[in-house]
Design a protein around this ligand. Structure first.
Ligand SMILES: NC(=O)c1ccc[n+]([C@@H]2O[C@H](COP(=O)([O-])OP(=O)(O)OC[C@H]3O[C@@H](n4cnc5c(N)ncnc54)[C@H](OP(=O)(O)O)[C@@H]3O)[C@@H](O)[C@H]2O)c1
Length: 332
């Protein structure tokens, strides 16, 4: 059979982006199956001028597909991805279910495309903040090995799914109209507020998002020593994550060298206009494939010129999730 694709979680924020990217990139396929929960069964979604009906995800959903793009949460992937593999499909999984499994490649195509070849049915897509950081950091690391990084994130609510986006809009409207608003999806009101990332906090005080950035980057970089610490925060932005990244290299490096390396790095666009005060913004990163990088400057606290500060913005539904997975699928 030709390329027969299923999207698991087709009605979600990432699922919708899969459909858009498949259309935009003229991704070749012979059939497309849209899967979600029983709540969405029968709902119609537009694809290449047709209306496709969403089907309920069941154990029998995969007999007629050979590529599964999965984004319905880790517990769904844990249960259904092995069934898809048994049925003969390759799964590109957007959830955290298999990312740290030994034997499952965790891939950012701009960083470790060669790892795709080692898959045994599942290729894992990294965490969105991890991808957005790795794309610009990897070419720098290749040129001048990174010793340590300190990252602070400014994460859009859409990272918590379609319902969180609706909640930000509702909460903003309620605030402006002077009404009470109780959030249901996020732990705190997102509108006109900033709060620590809504993921579980471990005994060490790090939340899960911070741990993902640290552990996944080590795996993607093949456990070359990179010390990382991160603070992950939600901001009232609808879409696209930003990150302030402080990097300590092994050898001295200048902002000019960093700009030079990044000016030809795949998946990166420099937005670094000091005169006009134009730097990466989530609004400009929205719906873009590239990670925007700017505010590139010497870290003056570093005594011997080994420190660089920079600021990045990237669309986490796109490059942080659906686009990265489609790039993997194209390589498969
Ligand atoms: N949003 C991001 O920026 C982002 C980035 C990277 C990775 N991810 C990961 O991608 C996954 C999806 O995220 P999202 O933001 O797209 O979430 P979302 O907008 O909440 O969408 C969730 C999707 O999963 C489906 N689903 C839920 N329960 C299901 C079930 N029991 N059976 C079948 N389908 C079910 C939903 O279908 P119904 O509509 O029928 O409920 C919906 O299509 C998560 O694991 C998330 O961590 C998200």
């Amino acid at each position: 059979m030709g390329r027969r694709v299923a999207i698991v979680g087709a009605t979600g924020a990432v699922g919708g982006e899969f459909i858009r990217i498949i259309e935009q990139r003229s991704f070749q396929l012979d059939s497309l199956k849209l899967l979600a929960s029983s709540r969405s069964a029968g709902r119609k979604l537009a694809f290449r001028g047709e209306q496709l009906a969403v089907e309920e995800l069941t154990a029998d959903s995969f007999h007629d597909v050979n590529l599964v793009l999965s984004s319905a949460g880790a517990s769904i992937s844990k249960r259904f991805a092995p069934l898809a593999v048994q049925a003969g499909a390759v799964v590109v999984d957007n959830t955290s279910a298999f990312r740290m499994d030994v034997g499952t490649p965790l891939v950012v195509p701009e960083v470790n495309p060669q790892d795709i070849k080692t898959h045994k049915g599942i290729v894992a897509n990294p965490n969105c903040s991890t991808i957005i950081m790795n794309v610009p950091v990897w070419p720098l690391h290749k040129r001048n090995p990174i010793h340590r990084m300190v990252i602070s994130t400014y994460q859009a609510v859409s990272g918590a799914g379609a319902a969180a986006m609706a909640e930000l809009a509702e909460g903003a409207k309620a605030f402006l109209e002077g009404r009470e608003f109780t959030p249901r999806v996020l732990p705190h009101r997102a509108a006109f507020n900033v709060f620590s990332h809504n993921s579980e906090i471990g005994l060490d005080g790090y939340n899960l998002e911070e741990r993902k950035m640290i552990l996944e980057t080590r795996k993607i970089f093949h456990y070359r020593v990179v010390l990382i610490t991160a603070t992950c925060v939600r901001v009232p932005v609808m879409r696209a994550h930003s990150e302030a990244i402080n990097i300590e290299f092994t050898n001295p490096i200048t902002p000019e060298e960093v700009r030079d390396i990044l000016s030809s790095a795949p998946g990166v666009r420099l937005v670094d206009d000091r005169t006009g005060n134009v730097f990466p913004m989530p609004l400009d990163a929205t719906n873009q494939d590239d990670i925007l990088v700017g505010r590139i400057r010497q870290d003056l606290s570093h005594p011997d010129g080994r420190g660089i500060d920079m600021f990045v913005s990237g669309d986490q539904i796109r490059k942080g999730a659906a686009l990265n997975a489609i790039q993997i699928a194209e390589m498969l």
